[in-house]
Write a protein that binds this ligand. Structure first.
Ligand SMILES: *Cc1c(COP(=O)(O)O)cnc(C)c1O
Length: 425
């Protein structure tokens, strides 16, 4: 890939490590993308890939979904930023509220990290308490309170506590073990200064890890008992797992919800939502400060409106189709690995899946950390060579989009077969 190689050499001179987010970095160099459409992306050297990274889950409807492109094109003609309210913001908030019964009010922001930062400050402001609880391996963005034993790029690059982060902040973050019913009880019993528990209801930043039966119900029950708010970080699962996110799927209502990735289907938008008495603590009506120039900008809002409308309209087909495809792929990948005699475990849920090079089932941080990441690297390189792009880390997930076709599945499985053959050798 001569053009990508050359661009990367140049990029490294002007961009730290040549990338604008750490997860994009891989050896020997990332391919540079020229364009995308549907389920495919093309690099600057003209190579075509089936995209199974899909904007880390953002592109639930695939690249350049027509309803979204057309809504955004129209908006471009009448303005890109007003910094005063629009009718569309109200409409979008109503739609989010309609999809998520736990949400009475919504504040729009720009990114998932901004959403969790706001949610945590809101929980602290509302309860008047300082500490928060997060789970090992859950990722909630790149700010001090949550960059503690986090998943995603921070696990991949071995940075479990970031240099430059303040101890005084991270010390207020208590860490519990995901899928461990007793551990979270012990952590909550440690202090009466806990404002909230934040959790990815389905972990999608430590490979893919699903909650044990009733784990989320258990969280709901004991957070109530301890008078602690429960935040569901549905940045990945919101709209992806069902129109009402993981909370709809598992029948558990959190106090605060964060949404991002699939909300905008490729545009920068995120949201914090919750019950009225909590949300009303936000400034200017309340004393919890939160602000942003680009929050609720008309481009992102009209993209999100078109996304949510389209996802809701397609829901009876979209979710069953993706779950079926995800099952076909995870069974297929598992069978290939078994045929090659490679110790592995495959997790899948809804439109997400991941293979771990681990003989043991992967159910939490420890079992994920024990997976063989060298083998994963080989798998990733093999897939790239064979025209399939997945996120370049064991700690990320394969995301399917609605643009994927039945015919793509065979191509993907052939690529996995070729790549896994290299893993075996
Ligand atoms: C991606 C992600 C975030 C951070 O979102 P950004 O838009 O990258 O800031 C937060 N929480 C979860 C669960 C995520 O997957």
């Amino acid at each position: 890939m001569p053009k990508s190689k050359k661009l990367f050499e140049h990029a490294k001179r002007v961009i730290p490590s040549g990338v604008n987010s750490p997860v994009r970095h891989f050896e020997p160099y990332p391919f540079f993308v020229k364009r995308s459409n549907g389920s495919h992306i093309w690099d600057v050297d003209g190579k075509k890939f089936i995209d199974l990274c899909n904007g880390y889950g953002a592109l639930l409807l695939g690249h350049r979904r027509r309803e979204i492109i057309s809504a955004v094109s129209k908006q471009l003609n009448i303005g890109t930023l007003y910094c005063t309210p629009t009718e569309q913001e109200v409409e979008l908030s109503d739609m989010i509220k309609g999809n998520f019964p736990s949400i009475d009010m919504v504040r729009l922001v720009n990114s998932g990290g901004e959403a969790t930062m706001t949610a945590i400050r809101l929980a602290r402001g509302f309860t008047g308490k300082r500490k928060i609880v997060k789970f090992e391996g859950c990722y909630h963005g790149a700010h001090d309170s949550v960059l503690v034993k986090a998943g995603s790029g921070s696990a991949h690059h071995g940075i479990s506590v970031s240099k430059g982060g303040l101890d005084a902040v991270s010390k207020q973050t208590l860490v519990a073990k995901y899928n461990d019913f007793k551990d979270i009880e012990d952590v909550l019993a440690k202090s009466d200064d806990i404002a909230c528990v934040i959790v990815e209801p389905v972990m999608a930043n430590m490979g893919l890890i699903t909650p044990e039966k009733n784990f989320l119900k258990h969280l709901r029950k004991i957070t109530k008992q301890h008078n602690v708010l429960l935040i569901f970080d549905e940045v990945v699962t919101g709209f992806r797992v069902s129109p009402g996110g993981a909370q709809e799927h598992f029948g558990v209502q959190p106090d605060i919800t964060t949404l991002a990735k699939a909300l905008g289907n490729g545009f920068a938008i995120a949201a914090v939502g919750g019950k009225k008495h909590i949300m009303e603590q936000l400034a200017p009506g309340g004393m919890v400060y939160q602000a942003s120039t680009f929050a609720g900008n008309p481009i992102s809002v009209c993209a999100a409106l078109a996304s949510v409308k389209t996802m809701n309209r397609l829901k009876t087909k979209l979710y069953p189709k993706l779950e079926k495809y995800s099952t076909i792929l995870s069974n297929g990948i598992g069978d290939i690995a078994t045929d090659y005699g490679i110790a592995h475990s495959v997790n899948s849920f809804s439109s997400m899946l991941q293979i771990f090079f681990s003989a043991k089932p992967v159910t939490n941080y420890d079992t994920c950390m024990n997976a063989d990441t060298k083998k994963f690297k080989k798998l990733f390189s093999g897939l790239i060579r064979n025209g399939v792009f997945i996120a370049p880390s064991q700690f990320e997930v394969v995301f399917l989009s609605n643009a994927i076709q039945r015919d793509d599945l065979g191509i993907i499985l052939d690529s996995y077969s070729a790549a896994l053959r290299e893993v075996k050798d």
